[in-house]
Design a protein around this ligand. Structure first.
Ligand code: NAI
Length: 328
């Protein structure tokens, strides 16, 4: 029998948590042969709600779910964690400047990074979902010096999936017919969804579309502002689709990306494509042997270069802001 994998989820009582936990427990995060222990972290006021979710998890009688524990202490929650999904974060409230937002999130992600450093399993894989995801991941990583930096990632898979779906609609093809799409940069409105390297039935995504105005005025803004459009329509932010993307990210990280394709994830830059080393930025990535690798050697034309640079500049500015606050 397989050894159970410890999966820690923060913000477990939130709306993404509610969409995520049942899918993890049913085997969709790690595969149908891997039992899981769920370790849920919440703030004290939300522990009771998380315990309610834990009761419902019991009531599903999932064969792969070995245990569910609820904590309000990060050290306990991350003890032995093999997978850490950092979903809980401090949202931007009205009138909040970027510096305030980063500082408030520093108060969450610094202690969580320290707790991961202190007690997580040696092979811990960290995915930060809570926004601002890239910088939150960087803060946690900076406080976990004993964990290889590559083990800290932030989520741009939802942006990737949104872009796939928009492009498939435009071209009237199935999403499975599109390969090698890329989200570059920050998980923010500056992100750049790149269809120039995408492959669709023997041509590139951009050539298949053959409509620069659509690319610039519809596709890129639709993908980048999709989160706001969901809030407008649903009266609440993306939750099930965000949970789905988190599942996709970790599943691919553990099990590998399919041959002949890649995906998007925000990973620690090694300087590839002119992205300063040490920024957690979205790249085209494959997963091999349980590790993300940045796809190398793509030619970046001036249109793409300009957009990648804008988003990466924003990441650099966020890093400077958190450095000023002593958070990295
Ligand atoms: P939510 O507000 O429904 O839930 C957040 C939960 O986190 C709450 O239950 C709260 O009590 C908990 N929490 C706050 N501080 C915590 C701490 N220090 N430790 C543990 N738990 C803590 O929010 P929702 O909709 O679940 O979204 C969560 C985050 O995910 C937000 O930051 C949101 O912006 C982000 N997000 C990111 C996406 C991405 O593509 N990267 C997509 C969609 C959402």
């Amino acid at each position: 029998a397989q050894v159970p994998v410890n999966v820690t989820v923060t913000g477990a009582a939130g709306q993404i948590g509610y969409a995520l936990l049942f899918r993890i427990a049913s085997g969709q995060l790690l595969g149908p042969d891997t039992p899981v222990n769920l370790r849920l972290l919440e703030i004290p006021q939300a522990v009771q709600a998380a315990e309610g979710t834990a009761m419902e998890l019991d009531d599903c009688a999932f064969p792969l779910l070995r245990s569910v524990d609820v904590f309000d202490d990060a050290r306990q929650a991350f003890d032995g964690a093999n997978v850490a999904l950092l979903v809980g974060a401090r949202p931007r409230t009205k009138g909040m400047e970027r510096g305030d937002l980063l500082e408030a999130n520093g108060g969450i992600f610094k202690p969580q990074g320290e707790a991961i450093n202190a007690g997580a399993a040696d092979d811990v894989r960290v995915l930060v979902v809570g926004n601002p995801a890239n910088s939150n991941a960087l803060i946690a990583q900076a406080h976990a010096p004993d964990v290889p930096a590559e083990q800290f990632t932030a989520m741009t898979r939802l942006d990737h999936n949104r872009a796939l779906s928009q492009l498939a609609k435009k071209l009237n093809v199935q999403v499975s017919e599109i390969k090698k799409l890329t989200i570059w940069g920050n998980h923010s409105a500056t992100q750049y969804p790149d269809i120039f390297h995408a492959e669709v039935n023997g041509t590139t995504g951009a050539a298949a579309v053959n409509d620069q105005a659509w690319l610039e005025n519809e596709f890129i803004p639709t993908v980048a502002k999709r989160g706001a459009a969901i809030i407008e329509a649903r009266g609440a932010s993306s939750a099930a689709s965000a949970a789905n993307a988190a599942i996709d990210h970790v599943y691919d990280w553990v099990n590998g990306t399919p041959e002949g394709d890649w995906t998007s994830a925000a990973v620690m830059s090694d300087g590839s494509y002119g992205v300063p080393e040490g920024l957690i930025s979205s790249f085209p990535v494959v997963s091999r042997g349980g590790q993300w690798e940045i796809v190398q050697g793509l030619e970046i034309d001036s249109f793409s270069r300009e957009r990648i640079d804008v988003s990466v500049k924003e990441l650099s500015e966020e890093r400077e802001a958190i450095a000023k606050l002593g958070l990295v």
